[in-house]
Design a protein around this ligand. Structure first.
Ligand code: UDP
Ligand code: MG
Length: 320
């Protein structure tokens, strides 16, 4: 078997502070792996510039000029991590035998790539990078993140515990992924749906080497909610259950009220009335909101707008 061509796919958004630090690490990994005869020398480090407002794209272009192992793809505007990653993977799909996606901030241990490639050579099409512990995260980030994975599991969405977007995908897994046309992208929920043999590699997550996280709590919550509603219809079912529960309680309350009436203890009853009105009003609004979330998703899907638009790449020059 020929040595596989590996593309390391790295989305970057406003990362001018960290790119000069980590690009060398990625390059070294590629050249070391090639020297060890694990991968072909045609392998590349592919940066995806997600519409950065700083010098990120200029840095990527410089890197591509200084070393042939670097290449870059530039999106026409900022589309978010998931879309940028998909753009990179779909571009790499036709050029590579395997891709490994990783963030550009050096938080994920690049040395886990050796083990990932071993797993691939051992017959896995998908290899998940899983965090063995979260010592470097704050208590708050750790609890919320782990809570998120638990809630996802409870709601029936198949996600790998403590795995983010650090993973190896084979060519046929990428081709499988390409058939998922959804606009509401939640890659870590889609990859398990692609199927094929998968395995996990464990690593410890470090601190960001430079720059700042793009995922404050507000964005993390939105991401979690998006993930749940993209992958599971259980919240809709929960509304039905809630409806049944509230109706049953109301029915019992009616009987109790009638009994009180028959026995003549007629009190003004304003408090219980108003409580019921507020309670049922709240439940209804909440339920409409959840249903609305799904309708919003349908709205976006029916428009099927492009998930990313590539404005330029550094590979164009190579082909000419
Ligand atoms: N990122 C991106 N587009 C965005 C936001 C982030 O491509 O709109 C990239 C970012 O450059 C990084 C990765 O996604 O490589 C993860 O972002 P970050 O490290 O800020 O998130 P965290 O690790 O804190 O969850
Ligand atoms: Mg990070």
């Amino acid at each position: 078997m020929d040595k596989p061509v590996l593309y390391i796919v790295i989305p970057c958004y406003n990362e001018e502070a960290v790119l000069p630090v980590t690009s060398g690490m990625f390059l070294k990994k590629i050249t070391d792996l090639a020297a060890a005869q694990k991968i072909s020398d045609e392998s590349r480090v592919m940066f995806v510039n997600d519409g950065s407002k700083d010098r990120t794209w200029a840095i990527i272009q410089e890197l591509a000029e200084t070393d042939g192992h670097f290449c870059g793809v530039c999106l026409s505007r900022n589309r978010g991590h998931q879309n940028a990653l998909l753009a990179g993977l779909m571009t790499a799909k036709d050029l590579a035998d395997i891709t490994i996606s990783i963030d550009c901030d050096g938080q994920d241990d690049i040395n886990a790539m050796d083990a990932m490639i071993e797993e691939y050579l051992g017959g896995s099409d998908v290899v998940y990078g899983v965090r063995s512990k979260r010592d470097t995260d704050t208590w708050f980030k750790r609890t919320t993140a782990e809570g998120f994975y638990r809630v996802m599991k409870m709601l029936g969405a198949d996600v790998v515990f403590n795995h983010a977007d650090y993973r190896l995908l084979s060519k046929r897994a990428l081709e499988g992924l390409a058939q998922f046309k959804e606009v509401n992208l939640f890659l870590r929920g889609l990859v398990p749906l692609v199927g094929y043999r998968s395995s996990s590699v464990y690593y410890e997550r470090a601190e960001r080497l430079a720059g700042e996280s793009h995922y404050p709590l507000k964005k993390m919550l939105a991401f979690a909610f998006d993930g749940i509603t993209s992958l599971s219809v259980k919240p809709l079912r929960l509304i039905t259950l809630l409806g049944i529960l509230v109706s049953t309680c109301s029915f019992l309350a009616i009987i109790v009220t009638l009994i009180i009436k028959i026995f003549g203890f007629t009190v003004t009853g304003w408090t219980s009335m108003i409580c019921a009105v507020y309670f049922i009003g709240g439940v209804q609004l909440l339920s409409i909101g959840v249903i609305g979330e799904y309708i919003g998703k349908i709205y976006n899907e029916t428009k099927s707008r492009p998930r990313f638009i590539i404005s330029e790449t550094t590979m164009e020059k190579d082909n000419k």
